[in-house]
Design a binder for this molecule. Sequence first.
Ligand code: DLL
Length: 436
Amino acid sequence: MSQRYFNKEIETMPREQLKRLQSEKLVRQVRHVYDHVPYYRALMDESGVSPDDVKGVDDLYKLPFISKSDLRETYPYGMLAVPLADCVRIQSTSGTTGKRVIAYYTQHDIDLWEECCARAIVAAGGTKDDVVQVCYGYGLFTGGPGLNGGSHKVGSLTLPMSSGNTERQIQFMMDLKATILCCTPSYAAYIGESLKERGYKPEDNCLKAGIFGAEPWTEEMRRDIQKSLGIKAYDIYGLTETSGPGVAFECCEQHGMHINEDHFIAEIIDPDTGEVLPEGEKGELVFTSIDKEAFPLLRYRTRDICVLTSEKCACGRTHIRMSKPMGRSDDMLIIRGVNVFPSQIETVLLKEGYAPNYRIEVDRFNNSDTLDVFVELAPEQFSDTVSGITAMERKLSESIKTMLGIQPKVHLVAPKSIERSEGKAVRVIDRRKLHD
Ligand code: DLL
């Protein structure tokens, strides 16, 4: 079992020492933000908190929350905490609605971010001898640049493929003997499927690990990808606002993602009341950056729902772990009054032997919500008789009902009829929003 660290001293620092480090950095970060971002200063003044009130991590709760709407309001430069001349890069969200969020970086901020990604690569077994194929999108999206920078820091040979052109991905993967694959889990599944179609077996490639994130994925999907590519699949989490991928990453234990706590303090809150919840409870993840220069965030509400644990991890890292996000507080579907996370449906599909190629459609007729789940059949399943397919649809619908408490209409559709994704998969179409 790999026990390597990119930054051993930090990654295995005893928790009391880590807390002291966080406290020192937090005090400086709050002062920096208060002095340089008028928007934050006004927010803190309104909440009656001065930088002097924050003497360490235990005072974090005194600070006001911020969310995406604050970033939209201050677009494009209102959250900058350094002169523009000190910034060397921007990245931006892939969000399609409203104004995009722009994150700014000084060289220090880029270094910090890339180190977080380097830690993730080393935790997945990466060394300077590896060939890291990065097929997250490059450009404004943080996936490509983040893992690219991390791979450089590790000293691995980096293939800056970007997303798409699966034919070329496979050619480079095979010819250059890529050992670590970085992309969204949905694209990893598609690459696995494409390799199989071309007659490759999992042992034909040289891959040993994959670092997959940027969208929710289930344990079942992990098992599928691990099998189809013959690798160990690691989760990685992050968001543009906090720098990009690498805020948290999985170690060889594959049991929660270690949050890089020397750079970010995590809290879990009740999304309705804002109350800070005790460790182990499920709620909305909130991040405070503690050593960013250009675009610091104090108590940023991510909308991602998860659970934290500081239980000792067998890998030796001491940093707290977050569970896989179980959906977003704002992406959660409420169908006939029931809270539904798309990942619950995916779990059932994979358990029942279907591939993770599906689309969920929600609509409303005569004031009643409808839930349709379109699931692709594998070629060998497709040759079944019509009555056989109807029976399969009924069975799947019952299994989903057992999971969710509401009955969906299941449509088994022809192989290849559901659009594949090269980046983040769009799996839910909620037509109710279009009518309302
Ligand atoms: O998706 C950054 C990233 C790139 C992470 C590559 C991992 C790998 P955004 O486009 O700003 O940034 O989207 C951030 O994506 O709030 C989550 O809802 C979701 N997300 C990110 N990673 C995961 C993950 C990048 N591992 C939003 N599991 C976040 C589930 C994830 N959801």
